[in-house]
Write a protein that binds this ligand. Sequence first.
Ligand SMILES: [Zn+2]
Length: 327
Amino acid sequence: MSDMIEIGTAKANPGTISEGNIIVEKLAGGGDISMPVTIINGKKSGPCFWINGGIHGDEPEGILTCSLLKKVINPDQLSGSIVLVPVMNVPAMEAAERGNPLDTFSYDMNRIYPGKKDGYLSERIAHVHKEWMVKFADMEISIHSGGSHSYLAEAMFAAKDDATQELARAMGEDWKVCLYSNITSKSPMAIMSENGKPALTVELGGRSSTAPGAFLNVGNKLLKACINILTHYKMIDGTPHYPSVRYKGYQQALLAPKSGIFLPNPDVKFLSMMKKNDHIATIISYQGAELCRLLAPENGMFFGLRALPNVTIGDWCCFYAIIEGEW
Ligand SMILES: [Zn+2]
């Protein structure tokens, strides 16, 4: 038998699901700054798998994933527990912005962990979330996407240690790119790593993938990965699957060398090996003249591409994975 789990206002006995909120602070109008939390507490004991979404308010893919997962997990058949925080940064999600509009100084909540008890608003939110997560989670994934400016294909960031790479491999057959990250990223993943627990920053989806079927498709791919993790760690019954190959390397952001209209090369594909100097995209002027080309900086593959054709010099255009080898 497992134990009762209490997080914020949610309280789940073994074999039950409980929903509540982690309350952080009060707003001037009397409302709470809080984040929703769902505990799926299995009847049998086992590890706690913690899923975070919406640390960036223009990335709703975590909400979709958590909603799909909650429908298919029967706590009677679960060993261990699943904690869902579908939106960590609620004011940012309400505003559909990357950061909390009420906070200027710690706007990007994914760069401020472990937060600060008496810090800027987002640091306080991060601090309260971190306290609960580190107390209960045995492993964690944070779900991200390309947000309002781009589309990102299946890729993740993770530490290099064996326990973390086991979790990365447990994402399953669709997840072939795992890039280096470390505690300097100041993300929830970094804090988990610092506490000796496996964690991943997972990327999939974004604005060019929000048509009805396309958005659900992203949710279902992330659901498949979560189910595979639960199967791998024997929290539910089933046969896990794994990628045939896993690439390692590091990310490089490619920025616009000119202002104009961004035209991806129609012959290139996400997550396909390219050679240094291969053509990724062209930027044209409003009168159609080719201004410059965006080229592969090294051998590797791109996993993120600008979704908005309008581009200004210095704008983000591409996440490129420089591939160093296989795990
Ligand atoms: Zn993000």
